[in-house]
Design a binder for this molecule. Structure first.
Ligand code: PLP
Length: 415
């Protein structure tokens, strides 16, 4: 009998991505999503799942936060897209909110529609602001898959088929101040870093790393671009991860959670010097849909909800509890779990082999927990649930994870 799920994966295979369709089938992921609320998502047959991957970090506010949906509906009924000739009030209001909430003298915002586009813009702004051409980025970094963003990303698998990429990009080991110091020079337009590498496998650098990067950039006259696409919006326990090192970047990129789990939006927030080139050339970089009233009104509400519901504080508390539980499981299953790391509700479980990660994800899916690995490190499963996940739901996740680990160990013993 053909179920609706079988049907959709076949149609996906025929019209979207045949290779990915095969992986979905292999992983047993053929259910079709139908709705979601908070940390839960359900399929067309009514089966419910807890979303531990949080849509790759998008759902910081959870699915369909009522206040954010209401803001979207209001704007949708009024004016969703802009004439781009008259002034756009929601966009300016969002830029003002970002100016107020971001650290230091970050003041101007450029809006676009995704994380990669935000990184792309930041790279161009750094060249325009400094008149220099080179970039220093980190091994294992992930900044998106457009040409510029890919050029500063670290994984060969995604890069090599598209070379030659941007010239003048150097990759240094993430977390090494000495390597950064040696790589930054008079031609460096910017250093590009994530505060915690997300897709690299939830890699937390040593304390003081970002602050050292700031000093190195200042000394060399280079800009510091901090990519907060994944760490931003409360995920690591503060609104932006840079706050924990009291670092003010020249350019900060945002996307994912900025859209409140309701719309796509990206942004680059910059200090005055990094945006000065717009005075001479206001149309040097543009995006038709960037800062559209619908996305802007939603993002502004998403920021307000974040502050009023103290989502960063929730990430801190819930993250500390979850990390403690994961540490306990790591002690129980040293044959499967190598390490638990991360900050706030950005946690990673590094497994002994990629095979263990695949098996554990499958066992978790079977127990209705959606878990995914990080794009640049297949041994690491991410724990990035919506920050609104309830304590009860987190406890359920831990119970199901414990069961799944027992099942993986049983498989290991059988082999
Ligand atoms: N930067 C970081 C740190 C990311 O984690 C991602 C996506 O995972 C991106 C940029 C790219 O964002 P997008 O997929 O919206 O282009």
């Amino acid at each position: 009998m053909t179920t609706p799920e079988d049907n959709l994966v076949d149609r996906f295979e025929a019209t979207v991505n045949p290779g990915l369709a095969r992986i979905q089938r292999f992983m047993g992921l053929t259910a079709v999503e139908a709705g979601g609320f908070g940390a839960e998502v359900w399929d067309e047959t009514g089966q419910r799942y807890l979303d531990l991957g949080g849509g790759y970090g998008v759902f910081v506010h959870g699915y369909r936060h009522p206040r954010i949906v209401a803001a979207a509906v209001r704007q949708l009924e009024q004016l969703p897209l802009s004439s781009r000739v008259l002034l756009n009030r929601p966009m300016v209001a969002l830029a003002e909110e970002l100016r107020a909430l971001t650290p230091g003298d970050l003041q101007y915002s450029f809006f676009c529609n995704s994380g990669a586009e935000a990184v792309e813009a930041a790279l161009k702004f750094a060249r325009a602001a400094t008149g220099r051409t080179h970039f220093v980025a980190a091994e294992g970094a992930f900044h998106g898959k457009t040409f510029g963003a890919l050029s500063v990303s670290g994984r060969r698998l995604y890069r090599e088929p598209f070379e030659p990429l941007l010239p003048g990009v150097r990759h240094v080991p993430f977390g090494s101040v000495e390597a950064l110091e040696a790589a930054v020079g008079p031609e460096t337009a910017a250093v590009v870093l994530e505060p915690i590498q997300g897709e690299g496998g939830v890699i937390v650098p040593p304390p003081g790393y970002l602050a050292a990067a700031r000093r190195i950039c200042d000394r060399a006259g280079a800009l510091l671009i901090v990519d907060e696409v994944q760490t931003g919006m409360g995920r690591t326990g503060t609104l932006f991860a840079v706050e924990q090192e009291e670092v003010v970047p020249d350019l900060m990129t945002l996307a994912k959670g900025l859209g409140g789990g309701v719309v796509p939006i990206g942004a680059v927030v910059g200090r005055p010097g990094a945006f000065r080139f717009f005075e001479e050339a206001p149309l040097l970089h543009t995006s038709t849909f960037g800062g559209n009233p619908l996305a802007a009104a939603v993002a502004r509400e998403a920021l307000r909800v974040m502050v009023e519901e103290d989502l960063p504080g929730q990430a801190r508390l819930k993250g500390a509890w979850l990390a403690g539980q994961l540490d306990q499981l790591a002690r129980q299953y040293p044959d499967i779990i190598r390490e638990v790391r991360g900050r706030g509700l950005m946690l990673g479980l590094e497994l002994v082999t990629a095979g263990h990660a695949g098996a554990l994800m499958s066992e978790m899916f079977a127990r209705h927990v959606l878990a995914v690995y990080t794009l640049n490190n297949e041994r690491v499963i991410r724990f990035m649930p919506p920050l609104v996940i309830t304590e009860q739901q987190l406890a359920t996740v831990v119970e199901r994870l414990a069961d799944a680990l027992a099942a993986v160990r049983a498989m290991d013993l059988e082999e």
